[in-house]
Structure formats: C-alpha cells, structure tokens
Design a protein around this ligand. Structure first.
Ligand SMILES: CC(=O)SCCNC(=O)CCNC(=O)[C@H](O)C(C)(C)COP(=O)(O)OP(=O)(O)OC[C@H]1O[C@@H](n2cnc3c(N)ncnc32)[C@H](O)[C@@H]1OP(=O)(O)O
Ligand SMILES: O=C([O-])CC(=O)C(=O)O
Length: 373
C-alpha cells in the first residue's frame, strides 16, 4: 500500500498563527514579522518573550514591568522543593522537568482559569520558572542548593550563574542570550503542536506545557542536541568522515541534520555555527567545532542535508560549560516563551484539533467465543 502522502502531517496546515513564520526554501524565519537575523544579537530573550506573548517588542517601561513580573513569577511553591531531590535521583532531566512543571502547577495562583489575563500571567511565570527548575534539578543531583538568582541579572546570566556556579563573562551571557532568542518559537514544530492539541480541548496551560516538554524530549526533535554532543564525543577527531559514512551505511540518521521545513540552511544554524567557532577558539581547544565543520561537509556531500538548529547549539552549550544532558532542558527554557504564546493564541480563537485517520486494518471480521479462537 502506498504511503499516506500526508504521513507525519507533512505540509498540512494545522493551525493559523501570528507568532512565527518560516520560508523553508529561502531559509528564513520571522517572529511576528521580524526577521530572526534582525533579532539575534540585538534583542534580549526577555524582549523576545514579550514579543511572542504580548505581541510587540517592548518599550523600556514595558520591559521593566515584564522583567518585574518575571522576577516575581519565578518563586516556586513548596511541592517542588519537597520533591526535587527524589525526582533528580530517579528521573533524567527532561522527565524531571515534565514532572516538576506539573508539580509547580499546583501552586500557581491562576490555576483553574483559562482567561486571557490568567494565561498571560501563567505564560510569564512558566517562562521565569523553567530555568529555575533546571537549576534546582541540577543542584539537587549534585547535592546542593542552586545559587540564588540575582534580580538585576537577565534570565541568560542567571541560568549560567546557577548551572556553572561562576559569574559568567559578558560575552558568554550575550551568546547564551542569543541562543535563547534563536530557539524561542518555530511555527508548528512537534512540541508546539502537542501543546496546541492539548490546549484546544480547553485544558489548561500547564497541561499543554507538560505535553510539549514530553514531545520536545524525543531525539527527532529537541533531544537531538544532546545526541549531537554524544556523537562528537564518541568519534576520534581524525575519524569524522569515516564515522559519518559508517553510520549512513548502517542506515542511521546523523543527529542535528535534516529538517521537515528547511530545504536550505536553517537561519538559526548560521548564528550558532559562528558562535561555536568563536567560543571554541576562545576556549583554546576548538576540536569539537572543527569536527562539527567537517561533519557538516561530509553529511552534505553524502546526503545533501544541512545542519538544523540542534547541530551547532550542542557545541555552543558545551563551550559554555553546560552539562550535555541539560542541552534539551536549555531548549525548553527558551521554547517555553513560544509554547505559552501558542496556548494563549489557541485559547483566544479555539476549535478542537481532531484530524482524521486512514483505516488500514482488517475488515468484515467474524466474532468467535474466546474458547474457539
Ligand atoms: C529542533 C528540531 O526538532 S530540529 C530536528 C532535530 N532532529 C534531528 O536532528 C534528528 C535527525 N533528523 C531527522 O530525523 C529528520 O531529518 C527530521 C526528523 C528532522 C525530519 O524528518 P522528516 O521530514 O520526516 O524526514 P525523514 O526522516 O522522512 O527523512 C527524509 C529522508 O532523508 C533522510 N534523512 C533525514 N534526516 C537525516 C539525517 N539526519 N541523517 C541521515 N539521513 C537523514 C531519511 O533517512 C530519509 O531518507 P529516505 O527517503 O531515503 O528514506
Ligand atoms: O520546526 C521543527 O520541526 C523543529 C525545529 O526546528 C524547532 O522546533 O525549532
């Protein structure tokens, strides 16, 4: 039987959105009409989150008010504190985040309401809390409490401070902030779609975000950034080309390559490649950057595939001192801004999302009693 032409919902328009847009042939990405190349390196993650959740790039006064909301919103209830140590012992990072966000919902002052006002407050709170949850998880498994976030610092600076335990250099913060901007939203990617499907039943924002976290975790989506680093670590620097070819011969996918929508370079990879080069050189050992470059050339020569957002993000995070198993959680820290904006948008103009399926099973079956089967 021929494959369903819309298998994986390829090219199916599943929602209308004013949040982001992709031109996959030209390799362009826009957040609310702003080209990602205009935003990256010039707009902070907080401004980007405001753009997505509220609808506009903020004025200074609006940014100050939103920043104050984020600082206030990052306080977590007692359930997280009471359970994080056991969760950190038993669950891998993305599983733990799925659980912790669910726990945090119990203490959310707006729980039970899907009003536009409640959704906006929840969106800011979830965006503020996600990096704190990652830091708490990481501290719990390493036997301590994370450093207190500094209200004067950005989300990017506080995250690096809490994860590495050191006050980060200015340039490291700028680069990490740009990473957060680059990952913030991406039309109907799998995790955003999962969030919208959940929200469209008129379920609540936290439930939709739990669905999104579980979906981002998979290695065909956000989980690929961790796998990219594991691949680099498993290969000898002189054996990149052979290792890629061996994997392809075995029919394995090369993590961090290929994309459903981009038919050319992912515009985010352009920035991430450059930041990886800069950090690699500054670190005094750019081996992983150079291996990545070679891998890019070999994969293109063999398969004609381009790197996606996850490919160079891996080495950027590595050079920033972020543990490899926190790469996908970092993705969630950024994407929280987009997911929550999509839930706001879905609830504002809702219709149940319920696609059809093509039946491929047997027909005209005759029922027989259990002892005769
Ligand atoms: C943030 C993100 O989610 S970005 C994506 C992160 N995921 C990855 O990096 C995982 C590796 N990449 C992939 O698995 C895919 O390219 C996806 C999931 C991103 C896109 O999937 P789809 O659009 O469904 O493409 P699909 O998997 O059908 O691939 C089409 C063809 O290209 C090949 N292909 C696609 N990606 C790769 C890859 N990374 N390595 C090797 N071959 C690949 C497939 O084997 C397939 O070949 P075939 O037609 O001969 O069977
Ligand atoms: O759009 C997609 O399918 C995956 C992706 O690049 C993202 O979510 O950033």
């Amino acid at each position: 039987m021929a494959d369903n032409p819309t298998k994986g919902l390829a090219d199916v328009v599943a929602a209308s959105t004013a949040l982001s847009d992709i031109d996959g042939r030209a390799g362009r990405l826009f957040y609310r009409g702003y080209d990602i190349h205009e935003l990256a390196g010039r707009t902070s993650f907080e401004e980007t989150a405001h753009l997505l959740q509220v609808g506009t790039l903020p004025t200074r006064a609006q940014l100050a008010a939103y920043g104050a909301e984020l600082v206030q919103g990052r306080t977590l209830g007692g359930l997280v504190a009471a359970n994080v140590a056991e969760i950190a012992e038993k669950q891998a990072p993305m599983e733990a985040l799925r659980t912790l966000v669910s726990l945090a919902s119990a203490d959310d002052p707006d729980k039970g309401s899907n009003s536009a006002e409640a959704n906006h407050r929840k969106a800011a709170r979830l965006t503020a809390q996600q990096p704190i949850l990652v830091a708490r998880y990481h501290a719990a498994r390493t036997g301590g409490e994370p450093r207190e976030p500094d209200p004067e610092l950005s989300i990017a600076a506080n995250f690096l401070l809490q994860i590495t335990g050191r006050v980060p250099e200015r340039r490291a913060v700028e680069i990490f902030d740009t990473c957060l901007v680059l990952h913030a939203d991406h039309t109907m990617n799998a995790s955003t779609f999962a969030a919208r499907v959940c929200a469209a039943t008129l379920s609540d924002m936290h439930s939709a975000i739990v669905a999104a976290i579980g979906t981002l975790k998979g290695p065909l989506h956000g989980g690929a950034n961790e796998q990219v680093m594991r691949t680099l670590e498993s290969i000898e620097p002189s054996g990149v080309a052979q290792a890629v070819r061996d994997r392809l011969v075995r029919g394995e996918k090369i993590m961090g390559f290929g994309h459903r929508v981009y038919k050319t370079e992912d515009p985010r990879a352009t920035h991430l490649r450059e930041m990886s080069r800069e950090l690699g050189e500054a670190s005094g050992d750019d081996t992983y950057y150079r291996m990545s470059k070679e891998m890019e050339e070999v994969v293109f020569a063999e398969k004609g595939l381009y790197p996606n957002v996850d490919f160079y993000a891996a080495t950027v995070y590595h050079y920033l001192g972020i543990p490899t198993d926190l790469f996908t959680p970092v993705f969630s820290v950024s994407r929280m801004s987009g997911w929550t904006a999509h839930v706001i948008e879905q609830h504002a103009d809702n219709r149940l999302i319920r696609p059809d399926s093509e039946y491929i099973g047997q027909s005209a079956q005759k029922w027989t009693p259990i002892d005769e089967r």
